[in-house]
Design a protein around this ligand. Structure first.
Ligand code: MN3
Length: 245
């Protein structure tokens, strides 16, 4: 598929849901301010803490809009349907379920894994990003990164490699492992680090094509390189402190 075909395909796919796809900023603001469709049930799409164009030029407003109001919303819609079949899904903490998917009835375990994982990952991802903020970690997190990876640059290179190295779709993470060590990992599909290995996320980046394709096309490495400009290191430090406490 060449670029023209794929853009046409994306436009065709999204046109019904997102009426304005030809980049006028003013028209975009209307889309951005429109409340996303909600479904009945315990799960709600969390609001972004910033505007859809706030992470420009690193992540473009179109990508953010579709990613939040369509991709994330799809997990919410699916979860509300699943909660209709198994109400505990909506009453237990997501982390409790993700850490032990055996709690979920077998017939809907894979669906719960994918959709609750997707909801958790995206909520974490939106919250981790910010238009401003410090560009590097400080304090205990900086010390731990330096000690574990030999420096901030070495760490970012390792995480970028984990993101590029995830074949197909998934996520790259800085985590605190069960034995309280920092590590860089990637996970497939929508698996959060809690699943299977019980690791706690410090930072995480979505490397599904929908997270970057409109702006970067196939250049996942360029997206990852630019993405570092969006990281809210205050949030990352909070995740780190809670994970090692
Ligand atoms: Mn995504």
């Amino acid at each position: 598929m060449n670029r023209r075909q794929s853009l046409k395909l994306m436009a065709g796919t999204a046109a019904a849901a997102v009426p304005v796809l030809v980049g006028q900023r003013a028209a975009f603001a209307q889309v951005a301010m429109a409340a996303p469709a909600q479904t009945d049930g315990p799960f709600k799409l969390p609001a972004l803490g910033y505007a859809y164009d706030a992470l420009e030029p690193h992540i473009d407003a179109m990508t953010m809009t579709i990613h939040h109001t369509r991709h994330h919303q799809a997990f919410i819609t699916n979860l509300n349907q699943l909660a209709g079949r198994w109400p505990e899904l909506g009453t237990m903490a997501p982390e409790t379920i993700l850490a032990d998917l055996g709690k979920v009835p077998e017939a809907m375990r894979t669906a719960a894994r994918n959709n609750l994982g997707g909801h958790w990952n995206h909520s974490f991802f939106w919250d981790l990003m910010t238009p401003g903020g410090v560009k590097e970690p400080t304090g205990d997190l900086k010390a731990a990164i330096d000690q574990t990876f030999g420096g901030f640059t070495q760490f970012t290179e390792k995480l970028n490699a984990a993101g590029v190295g995830r074949f197909g779709s998934g996520w790259a993470w800085l985590v605190v492992t069960k034995d309280r060590k920092l590590d860089v990992i990637n996970t497939p599909y929508q698996d959060p680090p809690l699943i299977d290995i019980g690791a706690r996320a410090v930072i995480g980046v979505d490397v599904w094509e929908h997270a970057y394709y409109l702006k970067y096309q196939n250049r996942r490495a360029d997206y990852l390189k630019s993405w570092w400009n969006t990281v809210n290191w205050d949030k990352a430090t909070g995740h780190f402190k809670r994970a090692i406490a």
